[in-house]
Write a protein that binds this ligand. Sequence first.
Ligand SMILES: N[C@@H](CCC(=O)N[C@@H](CS)C(=O)NCC(=O)O)C(=O)O
Length: 223
Amino acid sequence: MSIYTDPILVIGNKNYSSWSLRPWLAIRKAGVHVEIKRLPLDTEEFAREIGNYSPTGKVPVLVDDTRTVWDSLAICEYISENMDEGHLWPPNYAERAWARSISAEMHSGFPHLRNAMPMNCRATGRTVPMTDGLEKDIARIDQIWTECRQKHAHIGPWLFGGFTIADAMYAPVVLRFNTYGANLSDDSRQYMQHVLNDRDIQQWMADAAEETEVVAADEAGEE
Ligand SMILES: N[C@@H](CCC(=O)N[C@@H](CS)C(=O)NCC(=O)O)C(=O)O
């Protein structure tokens, strides 16, 4: 007989773990109770403990009673479906398809952005060399944000008006652009500012600022 305990989300460092931020933010926006366990990346503690939770040896991973859900997008889906009555997607099916498309695009794409601009919440004013690939990734993200905002500004300040998983998926990109800068449309810049002002994002950044670990591989760019 298993004794039910609160679900646990295992995350990495708040400063560096972009994948962890996504389900953490979805949990905050769903307003559900999930215990957060932090395992700092690149440490003996991580290596020793992650196998107790995750079959992939990676974070984030959610453990809910007998169920284990790994991979950021799958966790966001689980939170929406099983803990929030599907409210973390837009209510209309066509909008949902659009939100899912850009979420999947984020999840599997933008390799130049990921490599050149690692998430590093507490760093600002950094510059990295611009390449054709990076420029293309940034331009595509700018296009996605601009289209979403132009269509949904009358509903609310998030990509689809109200908060959805798509915002969770792009939140680390906002933090990356906050660190390294990016050439964006006015609509995209307003969206970025909205995300940066969000209470939960502010909390994540404040927690990140208090962390002391440094992951050398994720320290990119010149001050
Ligand atoms: N596609 C996965 C990526 C997970 C991932 O790469 N996590 C990194 C941290 S952000 C990790 O756990 N790295 C530790 C390791 O590989 O040892 C997701 O969406 O959750």
